[in-house]
Design a protein around this ligand. Sequence first.
Ligand code: NAP
Ligand code: MG
Length: 487
Amino acid sequence: MATLSQTKTFLNYINGHWQVGSSNETLASINPANREVVGYVQSSTREDLNEAVLAANQAQKAWKKLSGIERGNLLYKAADILEKNLDEVAETMTKEMGKTLPEAKGETARGVAILRFYAGEGARKMGDIIPASDSEALQFSKRVPLGVVGAITPWNFPVAIPIWKAAPALIYGNTVVLKPATEAAVTAAKMIECFEQAGFPKGVINLITGKGSVVGQGLAEHPDVAAVTFTGSNSVGKQIGQTASARGAKYQLEMGGKNPIIIANDADLDQAVAAVLSGGLKSTGQKCTCSSRVIIQSGVYNQFKDKLVAEVKRIKVGNGLDPETWMGPCASEEQYKTVRYYIQKGIEEGAQLLIGGEAPEFPELEQGFYVNPTVFENVTSSMTIAKEEIFGPVLALMKVETIEEAIEVANDTEFGLSASIFTKDIGKILTFIDDIEAGLVRVNYETAGVELQAPFGGMKASSSHSREQGEAAKEFFTTTKTVFIKG
Ligand code: NAP
Ligand code: MG
């Protein structure tokens, strides 16, 4: 039985109250499996945003005075409440953005685990004792909060990403204004209800929904927002970074990927195929860490290709709520059109389509934004499908002779988020670890997925070079005071 209260029209959560936006307009969030409306969210204005920032700013003074342990206790409570409502939140996620129910449940459970990790951070050290030149003095560093943090998040991980930004921001004494992606704002509202039920003081965490160009851009511009943490596309991220830096605010951008997976001649091919399927096609290829370029040494090329295509053929595409479904629809019509555009581009530029490229033929799926899993071969680095992030279930196979060539091809991209190699050769593994340009380096493991306790972020155009998650989050969400006390 549902214990969360909101059902169809979702409000902003500002200063401890659920309230309508001042425009009196809403935006519909659509189920990509059948085009039904999942819910309506507020199309907020700059005035609504100002109210949320003001509330967060006022609340921060008392929030930062609490001990880390007191703040942690509230995060533990939010974790328990989210866990209790896991099924409802996960089902909403599947309906709203299409990932399968087991994936949505896994992500919500991850949100619970992240909350508990950062709740524990409240009891850990926040500085160091540093020797002073004067023997009668005490010198130490102390991590302190920044103030109001604006979090702007994408639709592909509607629970995990808002939580991996909000939880560290909160535990270190900041207050938060969250602007979730419109495509996933209903799920975000349900998640925020868990924070409300946990009893956070009013204004400490606020939710404001609406257009990115209005409230997202507004957060980046707002003089009282001390820091902006963003996950999303490169074009939007760049703009947010420029806006925030122009007014001297701290910012953090996690953006796209074009993640390579290298299959060496000595790879365990069954393991490698499983990793390409899971890391490339789960969540309909809509993870920033998804494998999209599969770089295969010529000695195993044909064998690997045949095994992969045989497995892709078996994938069942359908509504994520159906337990038989392996892969759901694209998250939105826009995403569906983008994926179809790239498939067409691949064909036009001379890549060979091995399988997929079409919408599934089942009549009951006609209303949804479905694309069959798609594999191209004879892809070269200069082709658009090897260069640009597709964010869909499309794999590009590329044949190489040597591992050195494989690494060169892997690095031939503006992105640098995640990369993997399948080999048993320790020499090749060490070369790969040294030479690959990626923030996440995987060996005999898929490119997708992150460990909540480890630093996460990309190199090159994939990020603004700071790291999220684990203890690394402390770097972004705090600043340091160096204290010198003369005895
Ligand atoms: P997006 O279009 O960049 O949107 C991300 C967020 O920014 C949304 O909340 C969006 O609001 C908002 N936004 C849009 N225009 C804005 C503007 N002018 N100013 C401020 N905010 C604005 O990205 P998406 O399509 O949701 O997500 C897919 C992208 O996210 C992919 O490129 C993927 O690689 C990336 N991603 C990266 C990571 C990572 O950690 N590196 C993780 C997941 C996803 P609206 O929804 O209202 O437009
Ligand atoms: Mg939707």
